[in-house]
Design a protein around this ligand. Structure first.
Ligand code: NAG
Ligand code: NAG
Ligand code: NAG
Ligand code: NAG
Ligand code: NAG
Ligand code: NAG
Ligand code: NAG
Ligand code: NAG
Ligand code: NAG
Ligand code: NAG
Length: 738
């Protein structure tokens, strides 16, 4: 992603967040509310630009801020019509009463005169069924009931615009698009750009594929394709559409063609109407182009095509299945909430953060099958992640807890193309490559120039063992045995004393002898030992194990600060420190190699380092990453601190300062995001679900830490947490300029 500085406007917006919210948010009002999130290009959010933004204040938007996705909802109650979604020009707007989100679902209650409308946006999360998980469709369902004890005649309307294909504010948006409406038991509006350029992404949107908006054929339903103002005015006047299709193909903003459905709900009393259900999806076939990887050069299709011969078959099945899909989603939501509460019985913050993360994690992933040109092969499965360079290993690593928890096989399918690429294209020094996609997704043509040798070699070994432990499936380590040997050899030679290089936190630049990276090397070598024991090579297993032990012994001496108060950023850099989030892997793999005193020392240290919105990553800047904070929270020995850390991330996510899909990197003092949002990286939030709490030593002795509070508070020359808000904002602005 291209970094861009925060604008003054954002800062001013941030400063004005005191406006009271006029509707109830349950559990809280996030920066952007997920509506339809089911693939890298089905990304429709309701951005919270002001504290009381509602579903009617603006058009829903794509993941970025400058990109409206036209989706309009209207309701006609007796003679009055209200806009209830994305229709800021509506003369009368429904009043938003509340918004509720869970992991899979967002509900809004909107009031128009004597009725309440419930809009349910469901993006199913079914990771254990790859057909279901690879579906690029979300649901919208609408129910209506009177709120005044009377009966009302009610009609419902919705349309979508060509903005689902291309931004209206870019030069190329003047190209023509075309459409088709197919009647049948399911009525589908399908539209696409006339000029299809497979695998090309521009401004975050693909230049190929089509959007499909569907509902079931029922007598009370009418549809129409035509100019926005005509259809909306026609609905306001008559409550019905004309079942006609305007076939004058044109640009999306040329008399704005919209794709509409209307339903006559009849006379509605206080009993909720039967839901009117729609599916919306962005369909591409093939999904990704892979080049330069042997045996996988053919374009790859969506996994669901192994069960459904066409998308229209799938849409019909989805519409029939909706009540069950909603019931399954409720089970998923409740199970996740229960798991979060057992990890943090103290409060609901953890459950709430996870609920906000889930659709974002899976929405940036696609599960594919290979083909021989004519037939898809259900045994050739790979998954792809659109988050930075395609399938970046360090991002898969940070999100790994989400896959491990929901279905580790998806994690493995993300790793496959990277390992396959490296098998065919060996790296001279044997370290693990960073990714397989320098070009914008879904044009996957080979790795970026990034080199994070210790980081990625360690990540690969840790994930390989973790997958094998969790699934009891040895096939991954058998298949890529020789790579795992190379990674272990590389770490043996370079893992403890490393030359200057990047870690996953590239924004911090390069550094030699990174203490936290060395933690990863040590755990990864122990993982290699376990891997080769499973593979029956005891000699290698013993070798890696003794290397891991001797590295650890040395690390304990060189990584600690001279006063023993904390572990350093790099060896010998006494006042500087880092969050040792890689310790999490020691717990995840069940090694518990690092002495408890390390955990306890860091716990005490972090206690003194929390700022207003959380724990920053290290002494170099106020940069905080939400994912690593959960990894670190899973390693602290103090429950109160653990709860505080989670609470502060929640405070950040609910501050009202932001309006992008859950930004993962931010300034822990100002609470303002840095560049990145809507990333799979938030899969790291699942960290606490996979490891038991680290228990502090019973005698209260904290190992070798002599000094409780350190004394290096001034490692950061600028941006102090204690300054008044206005001053902090001003200084933040100055910081941002650099
Ligand atoms: C938010 O509420 C304030 C005060 O009620 C109002 O002036 C403003 O227009 C509202 N903004 C939006 C986007 O609804
Ligand atoms: C959302 O609304 C649907 C339909 O009324 C309901 O079944 C579901 O329980 C609601 N979900 C939440 C989280 O409120
Ligand atoms: C996948 O969807 C089908 C309906 O299309 C359903 O029967 C099945 O239970 C779903 N699988 C899972 C694991 O939820
Ligand atoms: C439509 O968008 C194009 C490209 O942004 C612009 O040049 C044109 O003026 C717009 N047309 C209308 C009718 O707004
Ligand atoms: C895909 O990437 C390759 C290599 O960078 C480039 O030559 C090609 O034009 C790209 N294709 C598309 C459709 O962007
Ligand atoms: C439907 O057709 C009738 C008769 O031609 C016309 O009066 C009405 O405006 C049309 N409605 C829409 C939404 O196009
Ligand atoms: C692809 O595989 C299918 C099923 O195995 C086979 O029937 C077909 O002939 C193959 N096509 C090509 C071009 O090899
Ligand atoms: C790394 O640390 C070791 C031991 O402290 C030191 O000898 C070496 O010079 C350091 N390497 C770099 C590149 O700073
Ligand atoms: C590695 O060494 C540790 C002790 O340091 C031991 O507990 C573990 O079993 C060894 N693992 C293997 C695979 O030998
Ligand atoms: C745990 O952390 C809390 C808050 O950070 C602190 O007040 C408390 O003293 C700590 N408890 C122990 C046993 O260190």
């Amino acid at each position: 992603m291209i970094p861009h500085p925060l604008s003054l406007v954002q800062l001013l917006l941030a400063a004005s967040f005191a406006v009271a919210q006029t509707w109830t948010a349950n559990p809280f009002n996030p920066p952007a509310i997920p509506l339809a999130i089911k693939s890298p290009y089905l990304q429709t959010w309701s951005r919270q630009v002001t504290a009381n933004s509602s579903l009617t204040s603006a058009s829903p938007s794509f993941r970025d801020s400058s990109s409206a996705v036209g989706w309009v909802g209207m309701i006609r109650v007796d003679k009055t019509s209200c806009g209830w979604m994305g229709y800021p020009q509506a003369k009368t707007k429904a009043v938003q009463k509340d918004m509720t989100f869970t992991a899979t679902t967002t509900n809004f209650t909107m009031t128009c005169g004597g009725v309440d409308l419930t809009a349910t946006f469901l993006s199913p999360i079914e990771p254990t069924d790859l057909v279901n998980q690879s579906s690029p469709f979300s649901f919208l369902s609408v129910e209506v009931a009177a709120n005044d004890g009377n009966s009302h005649s009610v009609w419902l309307y919705t349309d979508v615009t060509g903005e689902w294909l291309i931004r209206s504010n870019e030069p190329e948006s003047d190209q023509l698009f075309e459409w088709e409406t197919t009647p049948g038991t399911t009525v589908s509006h399908q539209f696409s750009l006339q000029k299809q350029t497979p695998f090309l992404e521009v401004n975050g949107r693909p230049r190929y594929g089509s959007v499909v908006y569907s509902t079931k054929q029922v007598p009370a339903m009418t549809y129409q394709v035509g100019t926005d103002t005509v259809l909306r005015a026609g609905f306001i006047a008559d409550g019905v559409l004309n079942n006609t299709v305007d076939t004058q193909f044109r640009a999306i903003n040329d008399s704005w063609p919209v794709f509409a459905f209307a339903h006559d709900l009849g006379v509605v009393g206080s009993t909720k109407t039967t839901p009117v259900v729609y599916t919306i999806g962005y369909v591409r076939d093939p999904l990704v182009q892979l080049s330069n990887i042997p045996n996988t050069n053919a374009p790859r299709g969506a996994y669901y095509l192994t069960r459904y011969s066409s998308t229209s078959d799938m849409v019909t099945a989805l519409l029939d299945d909706y009540p069950k899909a909603l019931a399954r989603a409720t089970v998923f939501d409740n199970d996740l909430t229960a798991a979060a509460f057992s990890a943090t019985p103290q409060d609901s913050n953890y459950a709430e953060i996870l609920a906000l993360s889930v659709r974002q994690i899976f929405g940036n992933i696609e599960i594919t099958v290979g083909s021989n040109g004519t037939t898809y092969d259900p045994t050739d499965i790979m998954a792809f992640m659109r988050d930075g360079p395609t399938n970046a290993v360090d991002i898969i690593y940070s999100a790994w807890p989400a896959f491990l928890y929901t279905n580790p096989v998806i994690g493995r399918y993300l790793l496959e193309p990277v390992l396959a690429y490296q098998t065919a294209n060996p790296v001279q020094d044997g370290y693990a490559i960073c990714d397989i996609g320098a070009s914008p997704y879904p044009n996957v043509t080979g790795p970026s120039k990034n080199v994070f040798p210790v980081e990625e070699s360690g990540n690969q070994l840790i994930m390989a063992l973790s997958y094998t432990q969790k699934t009891s499936d040895d096939s991954l380590i058998l298949k890529y045995r020789s790579l795992y040997e190379q990674f272990a050899t590389y770490l043996t030679e370079n893992g403890l004393y490393m030359k200057s290089q990047y870690s996953a936190d590239t924004f911090n630049g390069q550094l030699a002898n990174q203490t936290n990276l060395a933690v990863k090397s040590i755990v990864a070598l122990r993982a290699a030992s376990e891997i080769f024991q499973i593979l029956g090579d005891n000699e290698k297993s013993q070798l890696y194990n003794s290397t891991a032990s001797s590295f650890l012994e040395k690390w304990l001496k060189i990584a600690v600060s001279s006063d023993g108060s904390h572990y350093t950023l790099s060896y010998g850099s006494n006042p500087y420190w880092a969050t040792l989030y890689n310790l999490y892997a020691d717990r995840l793999l069940g090694f518990n190699m690092f002495p408890l005193s390390v955990y306890e020392t860091q716990t005490k240290w972090y206690e003194g380092k929390l700022s207003k919105y959380g724990l920053h990553l290290d002494s170099r800047s106020w940069n905080a990453r939400t994912d690593w904070q959960f990894w670190a929270a899973a390693t602290v020995t103090n429950q109160t601190l653990r709860a505080n850390m989670i609470n502060l991330v929640k405070k950040y996510a609910s501050s009202g300062l932001l309006s992008n899909p859950f930004p993962d990197r931010y300034n822990s003092v100002t609470g303002l995001m840095k560049t990145d949002y809507d990333r799979t990286i938030v899969g790291g939030h699942f960290a606490l679900l996979l490891v038991p709490e680290v228990q502090g030593s019973t005698n209260g002795g904290g190992g070798n830490n002599g000094n409780k509070n350190g004394g290096t508070g001034s490692e950061l020359p600028i941006c102090f947490p204690t300054l008044p808000m206005a001053l902090t904002m001003l200084i933040a602005f100055v910081c941002v300029l650099f």
